[in-house]
Design a protein. Sequence first.
Length: 184
Amino acid sequence: MPFFSFEDFENFDRRMDDMLKEMLENLPKNYIKERKLPDGSIIRQMGPIVYGYSMTLDPNGKPVIREFGNVKPFSKTTPFGIQKPALKYREEREPLVDVISEGETIKVVAEVPGVDKKDIVLNCSEKVLAVSVNTNNRKYCKEIELPHEVDPKSSKASYINGVLEVTLAKIKKSKHKGERINIE
């Protein structure tokens, strides 16, 4: 008796077709491009579809997992109450980011390839650094929660070969809790 029957392969093929059809239905229309080949035939290209994660250790040795890309997995509930895996697509990609705490500074390194430095917009508060790019060809967007409060005015940034590096000075905490006020 064979381990797999021909019917098993047909069912597998049908499931793959259903998954591809569902993916194409949910994929934003600007992710599907058609191109004419020299022989006159037309091919369909999808993308960019990017998903990944990075794992690092924080200064205390705890793992830090950061997702990046423009696709997020999630669970959706079917009409029968069953959880089903699905994908959520965004036009903007989240860049791969590393946050490095070094002494009195925090260094944020982000991969944003394929753009000019004039197209990168950085916005910083004491706790969050926002990186965004919005061009016709590339869109990136990421809000990075910083591990320490920083002085946004102290920031220095460089962009070389698709890698953005932002250095921020940590705010020094005051050792005493305010000043005593005398009552007259």
